[in-house]
Design a protein. Structure first.
Length: 301
């Protein structure tokens, strides 16, 4: 097996012998397979988004609400064939897409499973649901495999990426990745019922005290195109925060969130998705439970 360089960390280890920073080995590890209704509207039309949450992560965000997966690597090992069968199962439940959450460190295995699933009849668009911390070479692997790119742009500077996610170059890498994908994939295209079929969407989670530097994020995206759909999220919760910053130990205030929404409107973005201020309580999954999101069952056998 070649030495791993899928993410910008480039651990350069043999994952058949050990795991890298992401905690990923050779066999994919999955924490949850669920019909998810908590994503942006173009992704959850019909019955919902057929979402597969992978264990491990290339970041170490100190506030991650999916810490059971990203830090603790909770989950079950599944074969390529099993993974393909889960994709077919989600399609059979009427999902609008196959939504792959934090797939980067299992890119090779997932692409193999997608090819097998298509031989088995999979025809849904595939969502590459990413933290934004990506290498262009890895994104090129996904050309023709993924159709919709749901990208985080977490911070508007490298300093905050280091402070909260443990990487020196988040801002640089995420901007490069999103710019590349915008050129390669273009604007979001939906069918007549409003279901996303292809294109790019970008998320930004507003942090307390606006520590995420949201104005820089919005300025960068507006410079690429005002046609980029942006999802401005209010769901930060201090429940999982592991750090010493006083600001991060509270929820986002309504005035903080609204000033970011207003800036996005003033810049002229054509599509803005917003959340209500109770989102910090709504989006708190527990992946140990049979129903991690409180309604839909985890289909992982």
């Amino acid at each position: 097996m070649p030495l791993c360089s899928l993410c910008p960390r480039k651990c350069l280890i043999d994952r058949s012998q050990t795991s890298g920073f992401c905690q990923g080995g050779v066999v994919p590890k999955v924490a949850c397979v669920v019909v998810h209704k908590g994503e942006e509207p173009p992704l959850v039309q019909k019955q919902g988004s057929g979402t597969i949450f992978f264990s491990g992560c290339t970041l170490r965000c100190s506030y991650c609400q999916n810490m059971q997966l990203s830090r603790d690597a909770y989950g079950k090992y599944v074969s390529i064939r099993e993974l393909a069968k889960y994709m077919i199962m989600l399609q059979g439940k009427g999902c609008s897409n196959i939504n792959l959450v934090t797939p980067t460190h299992y890119s090779t295995q997932i692409i193999e499973a997608l090819n097998l699933a298509r031989q088995m009849g999979l025809h849904l668009p595939v969502v590459f649901n990413s933290s934004g911390y990506e290498r262009i070479d890895t994104l090129k692997m996904w050309q023709g495999e993924a159709h919709i790119y749901l990208m985080d742009l977490k911070y508007g500077d490298n300093y905050t990426g280091k402070l909260l996610s443990g990487v020196d170059d988040y801002w640089d890498r995420a901007r490069q990745a999103i710019a590349y994908l915008w050129d390669a994939q273009g604007e979001l295209v939906c069918d007549s019922s409003g279901r996303a079929q292809k294109g790019v969407m970008v998320r930004h989670l507003v942090l307390p005290g606006m520590l995420s530097n949201p104005f820089a994020v919005l300025e960068f995206l507006s410079g690429l195109s005002l046609k980029i759909p942006i999802s401005i999220m209010a769901q930060y919760t201090p429940v999982y925060y592991q750090g010493g910053l006083p600001e991060m130990k509270r929820s986002v205030r309504e005035d903080e969130y609204h000033v970011v929404l207003e800036e996005a409107c003033d810049l002229g973005f054509e599509t803005i998705f917003a959340q209500d201020m109770e989102a910090d309580q709504t989006y708190l999954p527990d992946f140990i439970k049979v129903k991690p999101f409180g309604d839909q069952e985890n289909l992982l056998a």
